[in-house]
Design a protein around this ligand. Structure first.
Ligand SMILES: [Zn+2]
Length: 91
């Protein structure tokens, strides 16, 4: 059982320990504490959620048929033609 000094705080830790018992720095050097993984996942989720919501909204807009034009304009066009015809025939 050998002791290795921590790279950050210099505390002697057992070689078997993966994380410094004093400061939590990984003594193996390569392994990261689990909190970094969770922070990375949280950052990815924070960036991915607005992106995914935008894609979902776009897909919903594509799936839905375009909103029909307001019926009032079509009705007014239909109604305006007979009126103009009547006016023209009177003259
Ligand atoms: Zn340490």
């Amino acid at each position: 059982m050998s002791l290795e000094p921590c790279k950050v705080c210099g505390t002697l830790n057992a070689a078997e320990t993966e994380i410094c018992l004093s400061c939590g720095y990984p003594t193996q050097g390569r392994k990261r504490p689990a909190i970094f993984r969770w922070v990375a996942i949280a950052l990815v989720v924070c960036f991915a959620l607005p992106f995914l919501s935008g894609i979902i909204n776009w897909i919903l807009l594509q799936l839905q048929p375009e909103s029909p034009p307001p019926s009032q304009s079509a009705v007014s066009l239909v109604q305006s033609r007979p009126i103009t015809l009547v006016v023209s025939t009177d003259k």
